[in-house]
Write a protein that binds this ligand. Structure first.
Ligand code: ZN
Length: 733
C-alpha cells in the first residue's frame, strides 16, 4: 500500500453516519495481528519524518497510536537513496523512528567508482516544438505539482516531426548509444517509432499494453497481450528469439512498462521523450540504464532528455534533483534565477498585451532575495498515490521583505499554527481559508500579491515551518544591483535609437551576465529597457504601483462528472446546504457525504452542495456529515471543546449568521439550524442584542444550552458581534 493510504487509514477520527468512529480494514488487520512479529519496510524512508508518516509509524499520542505501539513486536527497515535530504530530519525524527540508525550505507560516488553504478552522461535534445501553456495548465503544473495532463501528452505523442526527431537522434548516434530503451507515451507512438527505426535499418520493437480510446481499425491488429510483450522483452535481454536463433534488438520502445522491475543490465542508453514534473518517475526511468560494469552494465550510461519549448517556465524534474555526481549546479544557485525570470516575463507579457499597464520599477520586480522552502506533498488524486518533496522558492522584494520576516516570526511560534498544517495532504481550499486572514493582516494585498502568487507563497512558508519545525533559509540576491535597469537607463536617455539598440545588444550578450536567463529574448529585454528609459523621462508623473487582477480560484478537482454536478446543484437548490448561502457569485462545491477515503461512492445520492468555507471547516477530521439531514445522528452531544475549536477556526466568511449556522450544524453533524433570528445591522430590532436560534425538530437544545457561554464568547471574539447579550434556543415542532 502507499504511505498516504496507510496514513489515512490507520487512525481516523472520522465518524460514520451514526456518529461512531469508523474502523478501516488496515486498522482491523493490524489489531488482529497485534501479537505477531512484523517487519515493516518503508521505501523512500527520508520522507518518514514528515508528519503523516511519522505518526503512522510511531504515533503522537495515546489516542493516535502508531504501528510501533499497535504492533509491539515490529521492526522497521527504511530504504532511501537520499538519506541526507533534510538535515533536521536526520537529527530528529529519523532516529526516533529508525532506532538502529544507519545499518548499511553506500555512497553513489563510491558505487560509480566501484563500477556498480554507471556514470550518467546527460544529453539534452531540444525538439523545437512550441507548447502553449494556458493558466489552467500552468496552475496544475506549478502550484498543484501535477504532471502533464493527458491532453498535452497526446498532442506530443502524435506529433510526427517530433517523433522523427527522436528517431533521427538515435540513428545519428547508433554507435554511441548502443542498446537503448525509449520511454514513449502512447501505443501509436510506439508503433510509429518502431516502423521508422526499422526503415532505417535499426532492429527495434515495442511493448505496450494500453490501446487508445478510439476503437478504429488500428485496435485489432495492435492489441497486445502480456505473452507477446514478454517474448519481446526476452529477445531484448538475450538477443535471441523464442526459437533460440540470434536476433539482437537495438531499441526497445515502451510505455511505462519498464519503469520498475524489468531489468536489462546491458542497456547503455535511455531516451526520455518528454519532460515530467515527477522526479520519482524520472529517477525510475533513468535507473534503467545505470547498471555499472560489475552489475552487468557499462561504465557510462547515456540519458537523452528531449525537451520542448514551453511558453511559460515550469519546474521540470531534473536528474537527481539537480545534484548529480558531476556536481552540476545545485538547485539553490539555479532555480531562483528562473523564478525571477518567471516574474519578469509575466510582468512584461502583461505590459505587451496591454500597454496601459505600466511596467513596475526595478525595485518592485527584482527580488532582494528568496526563502527556500522544502515541503512534502501527498498526491492522492486520481490514479497516482505518492509523496514527493519539492524545493521551492518564495521571492522577497524590497517592499515586502520585512513583512515576510514578521509573518515567518508569527508562524514560527507554534501557538499560532494549527497542528493540521504539518499534514502532507492539505486541501487547497482549507489552506486558502487559513491563509486569507493572515495575508490581510501581514501584507498589502494590492502591492504584495505580485503575479498572484502571495497565497501560494504563504502556504509554502507555513507548510515548511509546520513540517520541518524550522524557519526557511533566506538567501540574498547579492548580484541584484548589476541588473538594475533603472540605473543603467540613466546613461541611455540621450542616445539615438540606433546607438541605443547597439548598446542594449552589447549589454544583453555581455559575457557572464544573466540578462538572457532573466528575459529569455532580446526583444523582451529591449521592452523592459525602454520602459526604464521612459520612466526616467516621465519622472514628474511617476508610475503608479502595479495592480494585479483578482485571483480566480481554480476549479476544484473532484470525480463527480459535470452531469452529476448539475443534478446535485439543481436538487440542492443552488445553495450551500450547511450555511444556506445562495449568492450566485459564490462558488459552490460538490462534496462527498461519505468521504472517498471510507469508500463513499461518487454517486448523486452521496453528493451535497457546500460553499468553500463550510466544506473546508468540515474537512478537518474528514467527518461524514450529511447536511441533507435535519436531525442529528449523534447519540450524545460532542464535547464543548469541539464547539470552541469550531468557533475559533478562521474563515473568510464575514457574515455572522452564516458563520454561526456553520458552527452549530457541524457541531450537530447535520443541518440542525432552521433559522437564526439576528438583526446585526439594525440596533432598534429586537434581534440585535438577543438572538434566537431555531433548531429543526428532533435536535436536543441542551447540547447548545450547556455551552451557551462558550457560544456567546465565541460570537463576541471571533464573529465580531460584541453587542450580543443573550441567545435563546428553541426547537421547531
Ligand atoms: Zn456554506
Amino acid at each position: 500500500m502507499s504511505i498516504p493510504t496507510a496514513i489515512s487509514n490507520l487512525n481516523t477520527n472520522a465518524l460514520d453516519g451514526f456518529g461512531k468512529i469508523c474502523k478501516t480494514a488496515l486498522r482491523e488487520y493490524v489489531e488482529h495481528y497485534q501479537d505477531s512479529e512484523f517487519f515493516v519496510v518503508i521505501d523512500e524512508a527520508h520522507h518518514s519524518p514528515a508528519y503523516g508518516c511519522r505518526n503512522l509509524l510511531i504515533g503522537n499520542s495515546e489516542s493516535k497510536p502508531g504501528l510501533r505501539t499497535l504492533l509491539p513486536k515490529s521492526q522497521f527497515l527504511g530504504l532511501t537513496a537520499t538519506p541526507t535530504h533534510n538535515d533536521r530530519a536526520i537529527r530528529g525524527w529519523l532516529w526516533d523512528i529508525f532506532k538502529d540508525k544507519v545499518i548499511y550505507e553506500a555512497e553513489k560516488a563510491t558505487l560509480i567508482a566501484q563500477g556498480i553504478l554507471a556514470r550518467p552522461n546527460y544529453i539534452e535534445v531540444p525538439t523545437g516544438k512550441k507548447v502553449e501553456v494556458d493558466d489552467k495548465l500552468f496552475y496544475s503544473l506549478t502550484r498543484q505539482h501535477k504532471d502533464l495532463p493527458e491532453s498535452i501528452i497526446e498532442i506530443l505523442a502524435r506529433d510526427k516531426d517530433r517523433n522523427n526527431l527522436i528517431v533521427n537522434a538515435y540513428v545519428k548516434n547508433k554507435e554511441k548509444y548502443g542498446k537503448t530503451i525509449i520511454f514513449a507515451d502512447r501505443w501509436f507512438q510506439c508503433v510509429y517509432l518502431k516502423e521508422k527505426l526499422l526503415e532505417k535499418g535499426i532492429q527495434a520493437d515495442a511493448i505496450y499494453s494500453h490501446i487508445g480510446a478510439d476503437p478504429g481499425s488500428e485496435t485489432g491488429s495492435n492489441q497486445r497481450d502480456a505473452n507477446k510483450n514478454q517474448k519481446i522483452l526476452e529477445r531484448f535481454k538475450t538477443g535471441k528469439d523464442e526459437y533460440g536463433n540470434d536476433a539482437p534488438l537495438d531499441v526497445l520502445i515502451n510505455v511505462r512498462m519498464l519503469t520498475e522491475g524489468a531489468d536489462v543490465p546491458s542497456v547503455r542508453t535511455v531516451f526520455l521523450t518528454r519532460q515530467t514534473t515527477s522526479s520519482i518517475l524520472m529517477t525510475q526511468m533513468i535507473g534503467r540504464a545505470l547498471r555499472g560494469e560489475k552489475a552487468g552494465g557499462g561504465s557510462e550510461a547515456n540519458i537523452v532528455l528531449f525537451f520542448d519549448e514551453w511558453e511559460r517556465l515550469i519546474d521540470w524534474a531534473v536528474p537527481d534533483g539537480g545534484d548529480t555526481v558531476d556536481n552540476k549546479p545545485s538547485v539553490k544557485g539555479y532555480f531562483p534565477l528562473e523564478y525571477i525570470s518567471i516574474c519578469l516575463v509575466e510582468e512584461l507579457a502583461r505590459h505587451i498585451k496591454n500597454p496601459d499597464i505600466p511596467l513596475p520599477p526595478f525595485s518592485a520586480i527584482f527580488p532582494v532575495g528568496w526563502y527556500q522552502t522544502d515541503v512534502v506533498y501527498a498526491n492522492t488524486d486520481g490514479q497516482t498515490d505518492s509523496m514527493e518533496s519539492f524545493v521551492e522558492f518564495v521571492m522577497a522584494y524590497e517592499h515586502n521583505k520585512d513583512k515576510f520576516d514578521d509573518f515567518i516570526e508569527f508562524i514560527s511560534n507554534n501557538k499560532n499554527l494549527d497542528d493540521e498544517w504539518a499534514r502532507e495532504d492539505l486541501s487547497e481550499s482549507w489552506c486558502q481559508s487559513q491563509i486569507e486572514p493572515w495575508a490581510a493582516q501581514y501584507f498589502d494585498l494590492e502591492a504584495d500579491n505580485f503575479g498572484n502568487k502571495l497565497y501560494a507563497d504563504l502556504a509554502r512558508l507555513v507548510r515548511h515551518v509546520a513540517q520541518t519545525e524550522e524557519k526557511p533559509s533566506y538567501y540574498s540576491f547579492a548580484d541584484r544591483w548589476r541588473y538594475n535597469l533603472d540605473n543603467l537607463a540613466e546613461a541611455w536617455t540621450d542616445l539615438s535609437f540606433k546607438t541605443l539598440k547597439e548598446e542594449l545588444k552589447k549589454e544583453f550578450s555581455s559575457p557572464g551576465s544573466l540578462w538572457k536567463t532573466f528575459y529569455k529574448t532580446f526583444s523582451r529585454f529591449e521592452t523592459a529597457a525602454s520602459a526604464a528609459i521612459m520612466r526616467i523621462l516621465d519622472k514628474e508623473t511617476g508610475s503608479p504601483p502595479p495592480t494585479t487582477p483578482p485571483t480566480t480560484p481554480p476549479p476544484q478537482s473532484t470525480s463527480f462528472t459535470p452531469e452529476q454536478k448539475a443534478q446535485i446543484v439543481q436538487r440542492d437548490g443552488y445553495r450551500c446546504l450547511c450555511c444556506g448561502i445562495d449568492d450566485r457569485r459564490v462558488r459552490l462545491q460538490v462534496d462527498h457525504i461519505t468521504p472517498r477515503m471510507f469508500g463513499g461512492p461518487t454517486v448523486i445520492e452521496n453528493g451535497q452542495l457546500l460553499c468553500q468555507p463550510c466544506n473546508s471547516t468540515k474537512y478537518v477530521g474528514t467527518h461524514e456529515i450529511n447536511f441533507r439531514q435535519t436531525q442529528s445522528p449523534l447519540e450524545k452531544s460532542k464535547d464543548r471543546i469541539e464547539l470552541q475549536n469550531l468557533l475559533s477556526k478562521p474563515n473568510n466568511d464575514n457574515n455572522p449568521i452564516r458563520s454561526l449556522t456553520r458552527v452549530i450544524n457541524i457541531f450537530y453533524h447535520c443541518r440542525a439550524v432552521k433559522a437564526i433570528d439576528c438583526d446585526f445591522t439594525n440596533r432598534r430590532s429586537p434581534h440585535y442584542y438577543v438572538w434566537t436560534i431555531h433548531l429543526h425538530k428532533g435536535n436536543d437544545p441542551d447540547w447548545l444550552l450547556s455551552c451557551k457561554n462558550d457560544l456567546i464568547a465565541g460570537i463576541h471574539q471571533k464573529l465580531g458581534c460584541a453587542y450580543l447579550q443573550d441567545i435563546q434556543i428553541c426547537v421547531s415542532e
